[in-house]
Design a protein around this ligand. Structure first.
Ligand code: FDA
Length: 305
């Protein structure tokens, strides 16, 4: 219930304006978002890479409404990729892109063209692109786009959300040689007709999907902070004889950093999803919806002012 309310607020521009005016928001945001500029993103990347972690960078912004905003997002990704290449960190740092930030909601061809341009520069810089997955209304279009991009850039990665009823089937279809699939639980508010609603059902679905991906010929990216699912991931790697180079764990910036380091020290590849930019509102709200304790942290910060 609380999750649904927060996720509804995540899409409300009125609530967004209110939250943005509270100065303390910035302190809370910093826990999950290391900064707003390309330089901030690069600094966080350098720090994480020095700690033995890998990175995927997300320039925050979604549901872009105008062609100018979409072009600005594409340009920022191109700038970021150049900075990563100049800094010599592209072996450890890739980018994550939301098609809605590239204009998918109003011009699918434009979003594809911009995603293609980002993949092109990523490929020439020696790194990869993963297309984030957004709400269920966009799943087919996003998977189609990954499919098209993979013809020119075979390493283009997709995200599958275990809460969707369709995802087990998508895992079967997409677990092909060379595919890179990030498996996450799913962060949006979806109706019962398309998504499992209970934690137990979502977790069971995650394990079924994990079994398919870990036993298949693709490259699974296990995106979760859930200790039980991480342990199952470690177990399946042994069971299916997967070496640590053949899959990776992924977690969000600022969430369970000690676990990120523990897994890296144990010899696993761990990639941290690093969001940056001014448009942090929707991202922060989804993190608050996932964990009521984060909401309490936010409320306490407000109260202490
Ligand atoms: P969940 O939130 O259910 O937490 C399970 C358990 O993990 C908790 O009970 C606790 O033990 C532990 N835990 C979680 N947060 C913690 C914290 N702050 N401190 C300590 N313990 C904590 N979603 C989407 O829809 N599309 C996408 O493209 C992506 N991309 C993506 C990339 C990456 C790298 C990650 C990690 C996640 C995403 N997500 C996403 C978000 C994802 O769908 C999901 O909403 C969050 O990862 C939260 O789900 P968890 O699997 O972490 O479990």
């Amino acid at each position: 219930m609380l999750r649904t309310v927060i996720l509804a607020a995540a899409r409300s521009s009125r609530v967004e304006r209110l939250v943005q005016t509270v100065p303390v928001s910035r302190d809370v945001v910093r826990r999950f978002v290391p900064g707003v500029s390309t330089d901030d993103a690069l600094r966080a990347t350098r720090e994480l890479v020095a700690e033995g972690l890998k990175v995927t960078l997300d320039y925050l912004g979604e549901d872009t409404q105008t062609a100018e905003q979409a072009a600005a997002t594409k340009d920022e990704y191109l700038r970021l990729l150049k900075s990563l290449a100049d800094a010599g960190v592209t072996a450890a740092a890739e980018v994550s892109v939301k098609l809605s930030a590239l204009g998918q909601r109003f011009d699918e061809d434009l979003a594809y063209e911009y995603a293609h341009a980002i993949c092109e520069v990523a490929a020439s810089s020696g790194t990869t692109v993963t297309l984030d997955m957004e709400d269920a209304a966009t799943t087919d279009l996003t998977l189609d786009t990954v499919d098209r991009l993979r013809r020119d850039f075979p390493t283009a990665g997709a995200v599958l959300q275990a809460y969707l009823r369709r995802t087990e089937g998508d895992c079967r279809e997409l677990a092909v040689p060379g595919s890179r699939i990030r498996l996450c639980k799913g962060a949006y508010s979806e109706p019962e007709s398309v998504a499992f609603q209970s934690t137990v059902e979502v977790d069971k679905s995650y394990v079924r999907c994990l079994n398919i991906l870990m036993s298949g010929p693709g490259y699974p990216m296990i995106a979760t902070h859930d200790p039980r699912l991480i342990a199952i991931g470690e177990d399946r790697a042994k069971w299916f004889d997967r070496s640590p180079e053949d899959f990776e764990f992924q977690m969000l910036y600022g969430i369970r950093p000690e676990e990120q380091h523990r897994l890296a020290a144990a010899g696993y590849q761990v990639r941290v999803y690093v969001p940056y930019g001014e448009q942090w509102y929707g991202y922060l709200m989804r993190r608050l919806a996932e964990r009521p304790r984060n909401l309490a942290f936010f409320a306490r910060s407000l109260a202490s002012r």
